[in-house]
Design a protein around this ligand. Sequence first.
Ligand SMILES: Cc1ncc(COP(=O)(O)O)c(C=O)c1O
Length: 330
Amino acid sequence: MTIDLRSDTVTKPTPGMREAMARAEVGDDVYGEDPTVNRLQERVAELLGVEAALYVPSGSMANQIALAVNTRHGDDVIIGEGGHNWLYESGAGAALSGCQFTFAGSGGLFTGDDVRRAAKPDNHHHAPTRLVCIENTHNRAGGRIWPEADVRGVLDAARALGLRAHLDGARLWNVAVATGRRERDLAAGFDTISVCLSKGLGAPVGSLICGSKDDMWRAHRFRKMFGGAMRQAGILAAAGLYALEHQRARLADDHANARRLAERLGAAAPDTNIVMVDTASEADAVVARARAEGVLANAVGPRRIRLVTHLDVDAKACDRAADILARQAR
Ligand SMILES: Cc1ncc(COP(=O)(O)O)c(C=O)c1O
Protein backbone atom coordinates (compact mmCIF):
# COMPACT_ATOMS: atom_id res chain seq x y z
CA MET A 1 0.00 0.00 0.00
CA THR A 2 1.23 3.50 -0.83
CA ILE A 3 2.44 5.60 2.10
CA ASP A 4 1.66 9.21 1.23
CA LEU A 5 3.83 11.67 3.17
CA ARG A 6 3.51 14.58 0.73
CA SER A 7 1.16 16.59 2.94
CA ASP A 8 -1.38 16.37 5.75
CA THR A 9 -3.98 17.49 3.18
CA VAL A 10 -4.12 14.04 1.55
CA THR A 11 -6.26 12.41 4.24
CA LYS A 12 -9.62 10.82 3.45
CA PRO A 13 -12.70 11.42 5.63
CA THR A 14 -12.99 8.79 8.37
CA PRO A 15 -16.16 6.63 8.66
CA GLY A 16 -17.40 8.65 11.66
CA MET A 17 -16.84 11.88 9.73
CA ARG A 18 -18.71 10.58 6.68
CA GLU A 19 -21.61 9.63 8.93
CA ALA A 20 -21.67 13.10 10.50
CA MET A 21 -21.66 14.62 6.99
CA ALA A 22 -24.53 12.41 5.84
CA ARG A 23 -26.61 13.36 8.88
CA ALA A 24 -25.85 17.12 8.75
CA GLU A 25 -28.75 19.54 8.96
CA VAL A 26 -28.37 22.05 6.14
CA GLY A 27 -29.80 25.29 4.75
CA ASP A 28 -28.73 28.00 2.33
CA ASP A 29 -25.62 29.55 3.85
CA VAL A 30 -25.71 32.52 1.48
CA TYR A 31 -28.87 33.46 3.39
CA GLY A 32 -27.04 32.62 6.66
CA GLU A 33 -29.51 29.75 7.14
CA ASP A 34 -27.27 26.72 7.38
CA PRO A 35 -27.43 25.64 11.05
CA THR A 36 -24.33 23.43 10.80
CA VAL A 37 -22.20 26.20 9.26
CA ASN A 38 -23.45 28.57 11.94
CA ARG A 39 -22.56 26.08 14.67
CA LEU A 40 -19.06 25.61 13.22
CA GLN A 41 -18.49 29.37 13.03
CA GLU A 42 -19.61 29.82 16.65
CA ARG A 43 -17.45 26.92 17.84
CA VAL A 44 -14.31 28.21 16.12
CA ALA A 45 -14.91 31.79 17.31
CA GLU A 46 -15.18 30.41 20.85
CA LEU A 47 -12.01 28.31 20.52
CA LEU A 48 -10.06 31.31 19.21
CA GLY A 49 -11.53 33.84 21.64
CA VAL A 50 -12.76 36.18 18.89
CA GLU A 51 -16.11 37.82 18.16
CA ALA A 52 -16.77 36.10 14.85
CA ALA A 53 -15.60 33.44 12.39
CA LEU A 54 -16.55 32.94 8.76
CA TYR A 55 -16.47 29.57 6.96
CA VAL A 56 -14.62 29.65 3.62
CA PRO A 57 -13.63 26.92 1.14
CA SER A 58 -9.85 27.05 1.62
CA GLY A 59 -6.95 28.35 3.66
CA SER A 60 -5.82 30.36 0.67
CA MET A 61 -9.16 32.14 0.49
CA ALA A 62 -9.05 32.82 4.24
CA ASN A 63 -5.58 34.36 3.85
CA GLN A 64 -6.63 36.38 0.82
CA ILE A 65 -9.70 37.70 2.60
CA ALA A 66 -7.39 38.71 5.46
CA LEU A 67 -5.20 40.69 3.04
CA ALA A 68 -8.29 42.38 1.58
CA VAL A 69 -9.70 43.25 5.01
CA ASN A 70 -6.45 44.58 6.44
CA THR A 71 -5.01 46.56 3.50
CA ARG A 72 -5.78 48.84 0.58
CA HIS A 73 -4.36 48.65 -2.94
CA GLY A 74 -0.74 49.83 -3.01
CA ASP A 75 -0.04 48.83 0.59
CA ASP A 76 2.98 46.91 1.81
CA VAL A 77 2.76 43.68 3.84
CA ILE A 78 5.56 42.32 6.02
CA ILE A 79 5.91 38.54 5.93
CA GLY A 80 8.49 35.85 6.74
CA GLU A 81 10.38 34.05 3.97
CA GLY A 82 8.34 31.29 2.37
CA GLY A 83 5.05 32.56 3.86
CA HIS A 84 2.12 30.69 2.30
CA ASN A 85 0.16 33.78 1.32
CA TRP A 86 3.18 35.11 -0.52
CA LEU A 87 4.65 31.89 -2.02
CA TYR A 88 1.78 29.48 -2.64
CA GLU A 89 -1.32 31.52 -3.40
CA SER A 90 -0.73 32.18 -7.06
CA GLY A 91 0.16 35.85 -6.63
CA ALA A 92 -3.33 36.57 -5.32
CA GLY A 93 -2.13 39.22 -2.85
CA ALA A 94 -0.97 41.33 -5.79
CA ALA A 95 -3.81 40.37 -8.14
CA LEU A 96 -6.76 40.75 -5.77
CA SER A 97 -5.65 43.22 -3.10
CA GLY A 98 -2.84 45.10 -4.86
CA CYS A 99 -0.33 44.37 -2.09
CA GLN A 100 3.43 44.21 -2.27
CA PHE A 101 5.39 42.08 0.19
CA THR A 102 8.55 42.75 2.19
CA PHE A 103 10.41 39.95 3.96
CA ALA A 104 11.33 40.19 7.59
CA GLY A 105 14.09 38.02 9.06
CA SER A 106 15.25 34.86 7.33
CA GLY A 107 13.91 31.33 7.19
CA GLY A 108 10.27 32.24 7.88
CA LEU A 109 10.34 33.35 11.52
CA PHE A 110 11.28 36.87 12.61
CA THR A 111 11.34 39.31 15.52
CA GLY A 112 9.97 42.71 16.52
CA ASP A 113 13.31 44.28 15.53
CA ASP A 114 12.97 42.72 12.06
CA VAL A 115 9.51 44.33 11.76
CA ARG A 116 10.91 47.74 12.75
CA ARG A 117 13.66 47.36 10.14
CA ALA A 118 11.26 46.24 7.37
CA ALA A 119 8.41 48.71 7.97
CA LYS A 120 8.00 51.57 5.50
CA PRO A 121 6.56 54.93 6.48
CA ASP A 122 3.34 56.36 5.11
CA ASN A 123 4.70 59.07 2.79
CA HIS A 124 4.61 59.66 -0.94
CA HIS A 125 7.87 57.76 -1.54
CA HIS A 126 6.78 54.43 -0.15
CA ALA A 127 4.16 51.74 -0.30
CA PRO A 128 3.09 52.21 3.31
CA THR A 129 3.29 49.11 5.48
CA ARG A 130 -0.15 48.25 6.89
CA LEU A 131 0.04 44.62 7.86
CA VAL A 132 2.34 42.00 9.39
CA CYS A 133 1.64 38.31 8.70
CA ILE A 134 3.00 35.41 10.68
CA GLU A 135 2.51 31.70 9.99
CA ASN A 136 2.31 29.37 13.01
CA THR A 137 3.27 26.60 12.51
CA HIS A 138 5.45 27.66 9.61
CA ASN A 139 5.13 25.21 6.74
CA ARG A 140 8.30 25.97 4.73
CA ALA A 141 10.34 26.22 7.90
CA GLY A 142 9.38 22.59 8.64
CA GLY A 143 6.29 22.93 10.84
CA ARG A 144 8.17 25.26 13.20
CA ILE A 145 6.39 26.70 16.22
CA TRP A 146 6.96 30.40 16.81
CA PRO A 147 8.66 31.15 20.15
CA GLU A 148 6.12 32.99 22.29
CA ALA A 149 8.56 35.88 22.91
CA ASP A 150 8.92 36.47 19.15
CA VAL A 151 5.14 36.52 18.63
CA ARG A 152 4.81 39.10 21.41
CA GLY A 153 7.76 41.09 20.02
CA VAL A 154 6.19 41.19 16.55
CA LEU A 155 2.78 42.18 17.92
CA ASP A 156 4.30 44.91 20.12
CA ALA A 157 6.23 46.31 17.15
CA ALA A 158 3.10 46.17 14.97
CA ARG A 159 1.08 48.07 17.57
CA ALA A 160 3.77 50.70 18.06
CA LEU A 161 3.97 51.23 14.28
CA GLY A 162 0.17 51.28 13.83
CA LEU A 163 0.16 48.07 11.75
CA ARG A 164 -2.45 45.37 11.72
CA ALA A 165 -1.49 41.74 12.33
CA HIS A 166 -2.67 38.53 10.66
CA LEU A 167 -1.97 35.00 11.90
CA ASP A 168 -1.97 32.23 9.29
CA GLY A 169 -2.90 29.48 11.71
CA ALA A 170 -3.59 26.78 9.13
CA ARG A 171 -1.91 24.45 11.64
CA LEU A 172 -2.53 26.37 14.85
CA TRP A 173 -4.17 23.20 16.21
CA ASN A 174 -0.77 21.50 16.00
CA VAL A 175 0.83 24.33 18.01
CA ALA A 176 -1.84 23.99 20.70
CA VAL A 177 -1.37 20.23 20.99
CA ALA A 178 2.45 20.43 20.93
CA THR A 179 2.71 23.22 23.52
CA GLY A 180 -0.34 22.54 25.71
CA ARG A 181 -1.44 26.15 25.17
CA ARG A 182 -5.00 27.11 24.21
CA GLU A 183 -5.73 28.27 20.66
CA ARG A 184 -7.23 31.47 22.07
CA ASP A 185 -3.96 32.30 23.84
CA LEU A 186 -1.96 31.63 20.67
CA ALA A 187 -4.34 33.89 18.71
CA ALA A 188 -4.48 36.75 21.24
CA GLY A 189 -3.46 40.15 19.88
CA PHE A 190 -3.99 39.38 16.17
CA ASP A 191 -6.60 41.32 14.18
CA THR A 192 -7.38 38.39 11.89
CA ILE A 193 -6.63 34.69 12.14
CA SER A 194 -7.09 31.96 9.55
CA VAL A 195 -7.39 28.31 10.57
CA CYS A 196 -7.78 25.17 8.45
CA LEU A 197 -9.84 22.05 9.03
CA SER A 198 -8.43 20.26 5.98
CA LYS A 199 -4.82 19.78 7.16
CA GLY A 200 -4.01 17.58 10.19
CA LEU A 201 -7.61 17.64 11.40
CA GLY A 202 -8.58 15.55 8.38
CA ALA A 203 -11.71 17.31 7.06
CA PRO A 204 -12.01 17.17 3.27
CA VAL A 205 -12.61 20.92 2.86
CA GLY A 206 -12.79 24.12 4.82
CA SER A 207 -11.10 26.95 6.66
CA LEU A 208 -12.25 29.90 8.72
CA ILE A 209 -11.27 33.53 8.81
CA CYS A 210 -11.72 34.97 12.27
CA GLY A 211 -11.64 38.35 14.02
CA SER A 212 -13.86 41.22 15.16
CA LYS A 213 -17.52 41.47 14.11
CA ASP A 214 -16.73 44.56 12.03
CA ASP A 215 -13.82 42.92 10.21
CA MET A 216 -15.84 39.73 9.61
CA TRP A 217 -18.68 41.83 8.18
CA ARG A 218 -16.19 43.04 5.56
CA ALA A 219 -14.75 39.54 5.21
CA HIS A 220 -18.25 38.33 4.35
CA ARG A 221 -18.36 40.73 1.42
CA PHE A 222 -14.91 39.65 0.18
CA ARG A 223 -15.93 35.98 0.46
CA LYS A 224 -18.78 36.73 -1.95
CA MET A 225 -16.51 38.80 -4.20
CA PHE A 226 -13.91 36.00 -4.38
CA GLY A 227 -16.58 33.42 -5.24
CA GLY A 228 -16.45 31.56 -1.92
CA ALA A 229 -20.05 31.82 -0.76
CA MET A 230 -21.52 28.31 -0.73
CA ARG A 231 -25.09 27.05 -0.34
CA GLN A 232 -25.84 23.85 1.65
CA ALA A 233 -22.30 23.90 2.98
CA GLY A 234 -23.38 22.25 6.26
CA ILE A 235 -22.47 18.90 4.73
CA LEU A 236 -18.86 20.12 4.70
CA ALA A 237 -19.04 22.07 7.95
CA ALA A 238 -20.23 18.88 9.69
CA ALA A 239 -16.90 17.29 8.76
CA GLY A 240 -15.12 20.26 10.36
CA LEU A 241 -17.14 20.04 13.56
CA TYR A 242 -16.46 16.30 13.73
CA ALA A 243 -12.74 16.90 13.16
CA LEU A 244 -12.55 19.49 15.96
CA GLU A 245 -14.32 17.15 18.35
CA HIS A 246 -12.73 13.81 17.48
CA GLN A 247 -9.49 14.34 15.56
CA ARG A 248 -7.77 17.24 17.30
CA ALA A 249 -6.12 15.58 20.31
CA ARG A 250 -4.72 12.84 18.08
CA LEU A 251 -2.40 15.36 16.39
CA ALA A 252 -0.01 14.31 19.17
CA ASP A 253 0.32 10.95 17.35
CA ASP A 254 1.36 12.78 14.17
CA HIS A 255 4.02 14.66 16.12
CA ALA A 256 5.33 11.43 17.66
CA ASN A 257 5.42 9.77 14.22
CA ALA A 258 7.27 12.75 12.76
CA ARG A 259 9.89 12.51 15.53
CA ARG A 260 10.23 8.81 14.81
CA LEU A 261 10.77 9.45 11.10
CA ALA A 262 13.32 12.19 11.82
CA GLU A 263 15.28 9.98 14.22
CA ARG A 264 15.46 7.11 11.77
CA LEU A 265 16.53 9.41 8.94
CA GLY A 266 19.00 11.47 10.99
CA ALA A 267 17.02 14.66 10.35
CA ALA A 268 16.55 17.58 12.76
CA ALA A 269 13.88 16.87 15.40
CA PRO A 270 10.61 18.43 14.22
CA ASP A 271 8.44 20.71 16.37
CA THR A 272 5.22 19.21 14.96
CA ASN A 273 4.26 17.03 11.99
CA ILE A 274 6.64 18.20 9.23
CA VAL A 275 10.09 16.69 8.74
CA MET A 276 12.70 18.18 6.43
CA VAL A 277 15.30 15.67 5.24
CA ASP A 278 18.50 16.70 3.49
CA THR A 279 19.44 14.17 0.84
CA ALA A 280 22.85 13.16 -0.47
CA SER A 281 21.59 12.80 -4.06
CA GLU A 282 19.17 15.06 -5.94
CA ALA A 283 15.83 15.42 -4.18
CA ASP A 284 13.81 14.87 -7.38
CA ALA A 285 15.60 11.59 -8.00
CA VAL A 286 15.09 10.48 -4.39
CA VAL A 287 11.37 11.28 -4.66
CA ALA A 288 11.08 9.29 -7.91
CA ARG A 289 12.91 6.26 -6.47
CA ALA A 290 10.83 6.34 -3.28
CA ARG A 291 7.64 6.57 -5.35
CA ALA A 292 8.63 3.42 -7.22
CA GLU A 293 8.75 1.69 -3.82
CA GLY A 294 5.38 3.07 -2.71
CA VAL A 295 6.45 6.09 -0.62
CA LEU A 296 5.32 9.56 -1.70
CA ALA A 297 7.24 12.67 -0.60
CA ASN A 298 7.73 16.20 -1.95
CA ALA A 299 11.03 17.75 -2.99
CA VAL A 300 11.28 21.25 -1.48
CA GLY A 301 14.82 22.09 -2.51
CA PRO A 302 17.58 20.69 -4.76
CA ARG A 303 18.64 18.30 -1.97
CA ARG A 304 15.79 18.50 0.48
CA ILE A 305 12.56 16.54 0.79
CA ARG A 306 9.55 17.17 3.03
CA LEU A 307 7.65 14.47 4.89
CA VAL A 308 4.35 15.25 6.60
CA THR A 309 2.61 12.90 9.02
CA HIS A 310 -1.17 12.69 9.33
CA LEU A 311 -4.06 10.50 10.37
CA ASP A 312 -3.75 8.12 7.43
CA VAL A 313 -0.18 7.02 8.31
CA ASP A 314 0.53 5.14 11.54
CA ALA A 315 3.83 4.39 13.30
CA LYS A 316 4.30 1.14 11.34
CA ALA A 317 3.85 2.91 8.01
CA CYS A 318 6.32 5.60 9.11
CA ASP A 319 8.91 2.94 9.99
CA ARG A 320 8.48 1.29 6.59
CA ALA A 321 8.74 4.67 4.83
CA ALA A 322 11.86 5.52 6.85
CA ASP A 323 13.55 2.24 5.81
CA ILE A 324 12.82 2.92 2.15
CA LEU A 325 13.81 6.57 2.31
CA ALA A 326 17.00 5.85 4.25
CA ARG A 327 18.06 3.60 1.36
CA GLN A 328 16.87 5.94 -1.40
CA ALA A 329 18.05 9.25 0.05
CA ARG A 330 21.73 8.30 -0.13
C1 LIG B 1 0.47 27.58 6.26
C2 LIG B 1 -0.60 27.40 5.23
N1 LIG B 1 -1.49 28.38 5.04
C3 LIG B 1 -2.46 28.27 4.13
C4 LIG B 1 -2.60 27.13 3.37
C5 LIG B 1 -3.66 27.10 2.30
O1 LIG B 1 -4.64 26.15 2.49
P1 LIG B 1 -5.50 25.61 1.24
O2 LIG B 1 -4.69 24.55 0.60
O3 LIG B 1 -6.75 25.11 1.90
O4 LIG B 1 -5.78 26.76 0.34
C6 LIG B 1 -1.70 26.07 3.53
C7 LIG B 1 -1.82 24.84 2.70
O5 LIG B 1 -1.10 23.90 2.83
C8 LIG B 1 -0.65 26.21 4.49
O6 LIG B 1 0.26 25.27 4.67
